[in-house]
Design a protein around this ligand. Structure first.
Ligand code: NDP
Ligand code: GDP
Length: 321
């Protein structure tokens, strides 16, 4: 059966993709970087089924070794410094991981075996100050953060290796996608975790930034299926993956608090600390191409997603006592 190599396997998407690939019968190899304590929380339940390879996006040779050792037919590059606010604090590091890291892994593929299929985790943040609504594969990029700019570079390198070397390289332009495994600093999980803490008496107030920001939020479990579908096509293309529906942060908070019978207005406070140097006010994706070519469409609605996340956080906090 086929081998797949996944970078970022300890992250939200890596954990869902690993589950998905294992269920399809793949032998899954996961790139992990060395840490002083193990960081396998999201893949604890499947870690005995994964072959781990120590490597880092900063280290070209380690990536070549990872590709040589795993001999994959498919490589999924999910690793990145993925949090927008951190990209202003560490813009150079973000460029190294999120941007140049893509070139390093593409080089590893070019050197070891050009027949390997490659998936790059591109982002709707590349649209930034969006030139049109909704955004499609043809919408020009206007990134508004070092993270967005680094993703634009990674995206174009993916396109370039496809056009220059004939590598089957696809870039998935994924809009925000969440789950109970989302990092707690992202707004969806920050809210659902706070709802659970408020409900269990561990927190009084939730401080947020721009409540009017609008995003097209989907479920991570649906989105990893699209990644895999992109690599099963004869022709590698770039695809927007989105729900086509948009909500404000305020609506997200309202639905999350309402799930446990609370009114968000009593608990949410706006704190300027969480405003960004430059905001991406509104993102809305059009995934017509993915629907047509891949037969992909999201299965979990926004309300179901937020309820799923609140329920999971509530259960966790109740079990913690
Ligand atoms: P996470 O932040 O949850 O996971 C990031 C992963 O990258 C972690 O496994 C992390 O490892 C790993 N990583 C970071 N730096 C390095 C490095 N130098 N070398 C090796 N591994 C590294 O992100 P998500 O799962 O949410 O997202 C997956 C990808 O999709 C990312 O590239 C993200 O930018 C992109 N994306 C995500 C969207 C979303 O809404 N979730 C939307 C669009 C794009 P460790 O555990 O050691 O920190
Ligand atoms: P992003 O779209 O990748 O930056 O995902 P985030 O979940 O970090 O942010 C989504 C939107 O929520 C952005 O427009 C933020 O400005 C907005 N937002 C409002 N309050 C907060 C907050 O407290 N934390 C975060 N992370 N985002 C917030």
């Amino acid at each position: 059966m086929a081998n797949a190599l996944v970078t970022g396997i300890t992250g939200q998407d890596g954990s869902y993709l690993a589950e998905f690939l294992l269920a399809k019968g793949y032998t899954v190899y996961g790139v992990v970087r060395r840490a002083s304590t193990e960081n396998f929380e999201r893949i604890e339940h499947i870690k005995h089924e994964i072959n781990f390879l120590q490597s880092d996006l900063l280290d070209q040779l380690s990536l070549i070794h990872a590709v040589e050792e795993s001999r994959p037919t498919e490589v999924y590059n999910l690793a990145a410094q993925s949090f927008v606010p951190t990209s202003w604090v560490q813009p150079v590091l973000t460029g190294e991981f999120t941007g140049l890291g893509v070139t390093k892994i593409l080089e590893a593929i070019r050197l070891v075996d050009k027949k390997i299929r490659f998936y790059q985790a591109s982002s709707s943040e590349m649209f930034g100050k969006a030139a049109e609504v909704p955004q499609t594969e043809k919408t020009p990029f206007y990134p508004r953060s070092p993270y967005g700019a680094a993703k634009v570079y990674g995206h174009w390198m993916t396109v370039n290796y496809r056009e220059s070397f004939g590598i089957h390289a696809a870039s998935g332009i994924l809009f925000n996608h969440e789950s109970p495994r989302r990092g707690k600093e992202f707004v969806s999980r920050k809210i659902t975790d706070a709802v659970a803490r408020i409900k269990t008496g561990k927190l009084d107030k939730l401080r947020l930034g721009n409540l009017d920001a609008r995003r097209d939020w989907g479920y991570a479990g649906d989105y990893v299926r699209a990644m895999w579908l992109m690599l099963q096509q004869d022709e590698a293309l770039d695809y927007v993956i989105a729900t086509g529906r948009q909500h404000t942060v305020r609506e997200l908070a309202r639905i999350a608090f309402a799930r446990v019978g609370l009114d968000y207005e009593r608990y949410v406070e706006v704190d300027p600390k969480f405003f960004r140097p430059a905001e991406v006010d509104s993102l809305l994706g059009d995934c017509t191409l993915a629907h047509r070519n891949l037969g992909w469409q999201p299965q979990v609605s926004f309300e179901e997603l937020i309820h799923m996340m609140v329920d999971a956080d509530l259960e966790r906090h109740q079990n913690m006592g």
